[in-house]
Design a protein. Structure first.
Length: 327
């Protein structure tokens, strides 16, 4: 069993909870921090919520997928581009729920020795593929909207309105279900926000259908589809940007700010060869060379403990490797 006597060696995302905070204050800097301890601590707090969160996400995902297929089917049947766009919007949120569910499942899986940071990067790869898929869907929506602008088509507005209303009700129900989970879980918070935005999208589409029903202005369907496509595009670009940055090992934090934060310790003379990267959400790693005053050598263990604790609490850096130098 490997021990890290003074370092910070968590192989899981940052957990900002009272148990974790309490533990950090009572974990003296010269105690061992074994992987077995990490496993025990994770199950001390997370196990209580993980089962509930997994159940909540499964219910929300099942309902969302059924609604998505319903909107796709009746979107084509009623010839409503706006309803099809909303189905694609719901697909993006289904994927968000899938990623959240996978994150919980992965957290409980033991990775082989070759996967030194576990399977957490699967989330990032999935998000990247999802972003590409969504962009292609948006291109199709815009293409179809242009065709319909020059060749207006009749819409079965009653069918489309009924399905859109069902979609709104299901979004509200899904949001209520998600609220039953761990309210501190960032994945569940993200999924809830997606559900909320999809509910607002459904409201806009229903209002548009009411306008079409009384005015026969079928071009409103095209406008609604383009608006929804723009909303999805913004979300897709954020996904692609974040996933590409993670895969390119870009620093998720301001390196200059982190350097200055560490160098505020009077024992630290200089910090160089700094690398900060992200494994997955809230799982940041850092390596650096730390130059200290030779007079501070006998206290470097306490200094290392303080730096690690502060980095974890302030920046969610859960894994550090520092090489000390002195003059």
């Amino acid at each position: 069993m490997e021990n890290c006597k003074f370092g910070l060696n968590d192989h899981k995302p940052f957990l900002n909870d009272k148990n974790d905070h309490h533990h950090e204050h009572h974990h003296h800097h010269n105690e061992s921090c074994s992987h077995a301890h990490d496993h025990e601590h994770e199950h001390g707090h997370s196990h209580d919520h993980r089962g509930t969160d997994k159940k909540v996400l499964k219910w929300a995902l099942s309902i969302t997928l059924v609604t998505m297929f319903l909107e796709f089917f009746y979107g084509f049947l009623s010839n409503s581009l706006a309803l099809i766009s909303d189905a694609i919007h719901m697909f993006t949120h289904s994927f968000a729920l899938i990623i959240s569910l996978v994150a919980i499942i992965i957290a409980s899986k033991k990775a082989p020795i070759s996967k030194t940071f576990g399977f957490y990067r699967i989330e990032v790869l999935a998000a990247f593929v999802n972003g590409i898929t969504i962009i292609l869907s948006i291109v199709w929506i815009i293409y179809e909207a242009v065709l319909r602008f020059f060749n207006p088509q009749i819409i079965d507005i009653k069918t489309a309105m009924i399905v859109a209303f069902i979609g709104l009700v299901i979004n509200i129900v899904t949001g209520v279900i998600l609220m039953q989970g761990d309210k501190d879980n960032i994945n569940l918070k993200s999924a809830f926000v997606h559900m909320l935005s999809d509910a607002l999208s459904s409201v806009a589409i229903i209002i548009g259908y009411v306008v079409i029903y009384f005015t026969q202005w079928y071009f409103v369907d095209i406008i609604l589809a383009v608006i929804v496509a723009c909303v999805i595009a913004k979300w897709a670009m954020d996904i692609l940007k974040n996933s590409v940055n993670t895969l390119m090992e870009s620093s998720p934090l301001d390196i200059t700010e982190v350097k200055e934060f560490i160098e505020r310790h009077h024992e630290v003379l200089e910090l160089h060869d700094v690398h900060i990267w992200e494994i997955t959400q809230d799982m940041y790693n850092m390596t650096a060379h730390v130059k200290i005053d030779k007079k501070s050598l006998e206290n470097y263990e306490q200094l290392l403990h303080e730096i690690n604790h502060e980095l974890k609490e302030k920046y969610k850096i859960v894994h550090t490797t520092f090489q000390f130098e002195w003059e």
